[in-house]
Design a protein around this ligand. Structure first.
Ligand code: ADP
Ligand code: ZN
Length: 601
């Protein structure tokens, strides 16, 4: 017996239509097919196995590498009235036995297990005795050594294809380049014809990048202008920076918690829990934070230092806006950061071939930071999607920089680097261009070089920006062995000879998030509905606290926003809201309807 997927979507999940390729993948699985689904974070992968799990007889076995992720999914599904359980090593023995018994008795629609448990003889024997609807292999890039998070135990999932050839296997991942995809297909015994790729774009994320000046102040004003009272993540490179930034934000009245690998395990877990369960915490963290965080309503992600690569940037920023509502990501970076990362690469002790790849990755990252065209286009084309139009939702689209013929400026800068001996950092070179009177200039007699004082038509800040741009264009390189001295790059010759033109960008003061003064306009709440929206949020937090679950498993912000706008007066109206299925209607209509009717404006 197979139930209608559209009906399940409406009755259980409370959604009226499938998105993107969901319907196609679901029909494929319902017809008994296996395959690989590559869809960006927030694209709606989970529904692609959850809906078939409910349509087909038997239990869906979901392989997931992280206990926190499993727990979150199970909690969300139970809120929807779905019979789901996890089986993992973090559980009490009694709960484990109960879950196994439920599984054996056919009382579960979905069961989440870690790969190492799935592969035990005991668990496989159990599966032999029951009806399995399908296997879903989440975070499938873990199968591949080419992926960024290889897990040896994923390798053995090969066994599923031979042991259960008739049961559909759906592998899912948000990040897999071509070699990784091939590897997954081979390892899991899938067919190359059954790869569903949904594209990389995250249209609801707005990309903002600014030169680093006073990083903390920049971040504070970013948060205050449009993200007050919202949950977000601020990434820093070092543990110390994490602690200091978090403390500072708290002093400025932004509720913030630190997270890094050096913190006591219990403190870390506690901070993570609060981030998930409260509505407006800013987590200041190293990149140790984020794996397995499925919080859908992270409204912003900030990088106070350059990420390691565009892949890393994409993954880290991808944690914003999983719920599909507008989100903003903000990166501040400076020339020093670049030098630091280059140094890190060069000193890594990695084989030359690998260093070369890493240099290329770094160049791509810098090109992205310095581009004068649409950020999204640059980002997506890096991932192989060249077909996108300018997006209208990044800083360069919203506030196009002025591009000018900067050949003369480039020549001045480069010859000044040359005249001063290719050993000084940007600060000193710019001092010379501006005709400064510093001790160093006097000491080295740099007031005598021909480039002394020839750069007064630009400000220091503009010169700094030009340095970064020339580095990004490989016309200058930063010496990574010592003090960040500038050298002429490989392509410098033709520019100095006047045989090649250089286009430069004028930086705007500081990338400003969109100007409109709007508190929650971003997530679609009109001015007049804000009071009610906040009241609904308070109701959600109270209900969540009673049950010890994160607020977003009760309703997503989008459901509350629709509630504030539509103001349903009875169960019928309430049932029409997106994200309200049968179980939630029954459980939550009453308390939320009471808030609406008690709210008189
Ligand atoms: P992924 O696992 O790909 O990161 P999720 O499965 O968590 O994405 O889905 C992201 C968000 O989109 C969730 O809030 C989910 O409820 C919502 N969503 C998914 N499919 C639909 C749909 N067809 N209609 C409305 N919302 C959807
Ligand atoms: Zn754009």
């Amino acid at each position: 017996m197979t139930l209608d997927p559209k009906q399940i979507l409406a009755d259980v999940f409370g959604f009226s239509a499938f998105r993107g390729r969901q319907e196609e993948v679901i029909s494929h699985v319902l017809a008994g097919g296996s395959g690989l689904l590559v869809m960006p974070t927030g694209g709606g992968k989970s529904l692609c196995y959850q809906v078939p799990a409910l349509c087909r007889d038997g239990v869906a076995v979901v392989v997931s590498p992280l206990i926190a992720l499993m727990q979150d999914q199970v909690t969300s599904l139970r809120q929807l009235g779905v019979r789901a359980a996890a089986i993992n090593s973090a559980m009490e023995f009694a709960d484990l036995v109960a879950a196994e018994n439920a599984l054996r008795a056919g009382e579960l629609d979905l069961v989440y297990v870690a790969p190492e448990r799935l592969l035990t003889d005991r668990f496989l024997a159990l599966l032999d005795d029951i009806k399995v609807a399908l296997f879903a292999i989440d975070e499938a890039h873990c199968v591949s050594q080419w992926g960024h998070d290889f897990r040896p135990e994923y390798r053995q999932l090969e066994l599923l294809a031979t042991r259960y050839p008739a049961i559909p296997r759906l592998a899912l991942t948000a990040t897999a380049d071509e070699p990784t995809r091939q590897d997954i297909v081979e390892r899991l015994g899938l067919s190359p014809d059954d790869v569903f790729i949904a594209g990389f774009d995250r249209p609801n994320i707005r990309y903002l990048i600014a030169p680093k000046e006073q990083a903390r102040k920049q971040v504070l004003s970013f948060i205050q202008n449009g993200h007050a009272g919202e949950a977000g993540i601020v990434y820093c490179l070092s543990r110390q920076a994490v602690e200091e930034t978090s403390a500072w934000l708290n002093e400025q009245g932004i509720m913030s918690l630190p997270y890094h690998a050096g913190l006591d395990r219990a403190i870390r877990a506690g901070n993570q829990d609060r981030f998930l369960k409260e509505d407006a915490i800013v987590m200041v963290a190293t990149i140790a934070f984020g794996m397995g965080i499925d919080k859908p309503d992270v409204r912003f992600v900030v990088h106070m230092d350059l990420p390691k690569s565009l892949e890393a940037y994409y993954q880290e920023t991808g944690r914003a806006g999983r719920d599909g509502l507008p989100a903003e990501v903000f990166l501040v970076y400076g020339a020093k950061d670049m030098a630091k990362i280059r140094q890190f690469t060069e000193n890594s002790g990695a084989p030359e071939a690998q260093k070369r790849i890493e240099r290329q990755k770094l160049d791509a990252l810098l090109g992205f930071c310095e581009t004068a065209s649409c950020r999204r286009q640059v980002l997506l084309s890096y991932f192989g999607e060249d077909e996108h139009e300018p997006c209208g939702n990044c800083d360069t689209c919203l506030n196009p920089p002025d591009v000018f013929d900067g050949t003369v400026a480039a020549q001045k800068l480069m010859s000044c680097v040359y005249r001063t001996g290719q050993m000084f950092g940007a600060g000193h070179v710019i001092d010379v261009l501006l005709g400064g009177n510093t001790e160093r200039i006097r000491k080295f007699g740099h007031d005598m070089v021909s480039t002394y004082g020839i750069g007064e038509e630009y400000t220091r800040r503009e010169w700094q920006s030009f340095v970064r741009q020339l580095v990004a264009q490989n016309l200058l390189t930063v010496d990574i062995t010592g003090h960040g001295g500038l050298h002429l790059g490989a392509e410098a010759g033709p520019v100095l000879k006047g045989a090649r033109q250089v286009m430069l960008r004028k930086d705007h003061a500081v990338a400003k998030p969109a100007k409109e003064k709007r508190k929650r306009a971003a997530i679609g709440v009109a001015e007049t509905d804000q009071g009610l929206f906040e009241a609904l949020r308070a109701c959600r937090v109270a209900l969540a606290r009673e049950q010890g679950v994160p607020p977003y498993v009760i309703f997503h912000d989008s459901t509350l926003a629709a509630m504030a706008a539509d103001r349903p007066r009875d169960q019928y109206g309430f049932a029409l809201l997106p994200g309200v299925g049968g179980a939630k209607l029954e459980r939550y209509a009453e308390p939320f309807l009471a808030v609406i009717s008690g709210h008189s404006s």
